[in-house]
Structures are given as structure tokens and as C-alpha cells.
Write a protein that binds this ligand. Structure first.
Ligand SMILES: [Zn+2]
Length: 297
């Protein structure tokens, strides 16, 4: 029986999102009757994960120093926002980036005077990162989670949580690795949170029934601001900061990427949706969060 990843309720109904056929399996998206989380059923198997994240998914380090205010493709909050929150809420200078990818954030935050370790899932990729970024320590996920001793003032997860099929367990293990007063900095999508672009997408899926999707089901769940904040509370964190922003994704970010009339329509909707977010601050499909390990744990 599938269970909600956030509130553990077993009561669900099919969601508006169409099934996806991937790696000879059909995955559907269920909506939790209790908290509204949409989650994948079934979860990908080990074989599916190998196809979803082949070794070519990550290659080498990217040591490029990025301007603080640059909005990277697909992300809403520039590194400058992260530095501001780290400065305000992290009591010390020992950081870790869980799901560090090409170690670009690790390199950039070290240039700001912090110490930062990186964590990634592919052991071969870890070897390459260790060679290319000698100033930082890198760990595989099992290595990092096997050790539950407090060590960090802040652990960052940027667009990681939504890829996990046991997010509560991982979040709790990461909390265990925080020093007293330590915080988690988490950013990611809230794909079912109100925004103009969300309503347009939802209406489209409702109108175009039986549309066969074939995308890789990399996002295991789709949250909104409310159930996402409740999830962090349940994990054992006290909220210090929660901010929402509207990002173009999955609609085209610029006119060049917008193919045909459909693409231009989506680009226009994304643009209006972003403008509206400046008025309706709670609308938006992206969040950035800071939570402190609470005393109850
Ligand atoms: Zn739920």
C-alpha cells in the first residue's frame, strides 16, 4: 500500500498529473488525501535509478567562480541569497553541501572564507572531485550518513530533497550531523504551490486527458508551501526562514528556448506568473528554507 512520504497517510487518489512510461514501467502520481502531497507510485527500482542517473549524469568539477547575483539556469535564488542566509543563521564556518554535483557551490563558498565538504552518490564522481578540488573533503552518501556524529554548522541541500524516496529519514540523519545550534539550508521546487503558471499547467493536464508522458520520473514528490513546511517541522526543525519565488521552469526561461506558438505561450505565462509573484508573495514554485535542529530532539 503506497504511503504519503510526508504525513504517512495511506489514503490517496489519482492526481491531475498524467502517468509516465519509463524504462518499461508505468508510474502514476497519487495525491495524499490528508496533506495534498503528490507522490510517485511505485518508486523507481534500483534498475530504474541506474537508467535515471547514468555515470554521465555528472562529470568532473566546475571550479568557476560565479557572481553573487547571477541567477543560474533552472535555479531561482542566486548564490548571494545563500551567502546572506549562511551569514545570518550559521553560527560557525563548517558547512557541507549534500548533493554537491560539480562542487561549484563548494568552491564558491570556500572563496568566501567558509570550509565546505561535498557529498555525492557516485563513488567514481567522488574520486574525480577529490582530485580536482583538493581543498575540500568529499564523501559518498553511505559514508556521510553512516557517521551520525555532529560536525557541521550548516548543511545545504539544493534541489536534492525532491529526488529522494525516503526524505524524512534522510533529513533526520542530516539533522543528527549538525552541531548544537546548527541549521539546514534547503532549496527546491514546490510544484503544486499556487501560481499562474501552476494553474495553467493543471488546467492543461485536466483538459488533455490520456496524454502519454515518457519523462524520467526523477522527482519523487510534488509539494506545496504548506505541506513542505509541515514536513520540516515533523523532521525536527524549527523554521527560521521560508521564502517563496516563482521560477520559469518547467516553462521556457527565454524566448530562444520557446519553440513554436505553444512555446511562446508558455514563455509568456511564465513571465506574467513571475511578475504576479512580486504582488502575491505566497505564490511561486520554488522555496528557500532555513531550519534549526530543535531542542526536542
Ligand atoms: Zn500526506
Amino acid at each position: 500500500m503506497p504511503r504519503c512520504l510526508f504525513c504517512t497517510s495511506e489514503k490517496n487518489t489519482p492526481s491531475y498529473l498524467p502517468d509516465t512510461h519509463f524504462n518499461n514501467h508505468t508510474f502514476q502520481y497519487l495525491r495524499c488525501n490528508s496533506c495534498g502531497l503528490i507522490y510517485l507510485d511505485p518508486f523507481p527500482s534500483d534498475e530504474d535509478y541506474k537508467v535515471m542517473y547514468p555515470p554521465t549524469y555528472q562529470a568532473g568539477a566546475n571550479p568557476q567562480i560565479i557572481p553573487d547575483d547571477l541567477k543560474l539556469p533552472g535555479l531561482r535564488f542566486p548564490y548571494g541569497k545563500h551567502y546572506e542566509l549562511i551569514e545570518r543563521y550559521a553560527p560557525g564556518k563548517k558547512l557541507a553541501d549534500y548533493g554537491c554535483g560539480h562542487a561549484n557551490f563548494v568552491v564558491n563558498v570556500m572563496a568566501k572564507g567558509y570550509s565546505c565538504d561535498g557529498v555525492e552518490f557516485n563513488p567514481d564522481h567522488i574520486k574525480v572531485l577529490k582530485e580536482e578540488v583538493k581543498a575540500a573533503d568529499f564523501y559518498s552518501i553511505p559514508e556521510f550518513l553512516a557517521d551520525l556524529s555532529p560536525k557541521y554548522d550548516l548543511i545545504r541541500l539544493s534541489y536534492v530533497l525532491e529526488h529522494l524516496d525516503h526524505p524524512l529519514e534522510i533529513t533526520r540523519k542530516l539533522i543528527a550531523r549538525l552541531n548544537p545550534g546548527g541549521v539546514l539550508l534547503i532549496e527546491g521546487p514546490i510544484e503544486t504551490n499556487p501560481s499562474l503558471a501552476f494553474w495553467v499547467r493543471k488546467m492543461y493536464f485536466k483538459l488533455v486527458k490520456n496524454k502519454a508522458a515518457t519523462h524520467s520520473p526523477t522527482h519523487i514528490f510534488f509539494s506545496n508551501a504548506r505541506n513542505q513546511r509541515d514536513f520540516f517541522k515533523k523532521a525536527g526543525l524549527d523554521e527560521l526562514h521560508f521564502e517563496v519565488a516563482e521560477n520559469e521552469w518547467p516553462f521556457p526561461e527565454n524566448l530562444k528556448e520557446a519553440a513554436g506558438i505553444g512555446g511562446k505561450f508558455k514563455w509568456t505565462i511564465a513571465k506574467i506568473s513571475r511578475a504576479l509573484q512580486h504582488v502575491f508573495k505566497k505564490w511561486g514554485n520554488t522555496f528557500i528554507y532555513i531550519g534549526r535542529r530543535n531542542n526536542a530532539r
